[in-house]
Design a protein around this ligand. Structure first.
Ligand code: HEC
Length: 154
């Protein structure tokens, strides 16, 4: 059932011409946590973009695609916690030092993002209004975490 939903979602996304991919021009380096987290975040940006375009009516609402957007966010949420090891900074990184000085707060933000995305992805998505409510709940996490733990450099 889940597999069917995912496949249908993937097809819906592909036919919308909006395959999920990294926004970065560099390929992901699996040995570098900064590269990995930036690619995951870029995928969050793409998923959010697809959801936002459905909500604005720029692409047709599709419940499978809506669920795929939330499942993408949920799987990213599960992965990012381990991608901020101590000392993983670089001039390219937008990670703020509060990630390491307020470790408990950052962990709590990741835990909330995991919980909210899992809960949202499990809700009924038949109507666009149902999706709108879930999308609003999960994207509040982006803003809150970025304000506390990210420095936007460009
Ligand atoms: C728990 C904290 C947290 C949450 C939740 C979070 N982000 Fe981020 N995000 C970050 C941090 C930290 C960075 C900077 C990473 C770096 O450059 O090392 C970042 C960077 C980004 C980037 C830039 C990626 C790049 O190419 O360098 C995008 C886009 C992004 N986030 C989108 C999102 C979206 C959309 C959501 C919500 C659906 C989200 N993020 C949720 C912490 C978070």
């Amino acid at each position: 059932m889940l597999r069917t939903t995912l496949a249908a979602g993937a097809i819906a996304l592909a036919t919308a011409g909006l395959a999920l991919a990294s926004g970065s021009d560099k390929p992901a380096d699996p040995t570098d946590p900064i590269s990995l987290r930036q690619h995951l975040m870029a995928n969050l940006g793409k998923a959010t973009g697809i959801g936002g375009r459905m909500l604005k009516g720029e692409i047709d609402y599709n419940p499978q695609a809506a669920r795929a957007v939330l499942l993408t966010m949920s799987s990213v949420a599960l992965g990012i916690g381990r991608m901020f090891p101590e000392g993983s900074t670089s001039p390219d990184s937008e990670a703020r030092d509060t990630i390491w000085t307020d470790r408990a707060g950052f962990r709590a933000a990741v835990a909330k993002f995991i919980a909210d995305t899992e809960a949202a992805a499990a809700q009924p998505m038949g109507s666009i209004d149902e999706f709108r409510a879930q999308f609003g709940a999960v994207t509040a996490n982006c803003k809150a975490c970025h304000e506390a733990y990210r420095i936007k450099k460009n």
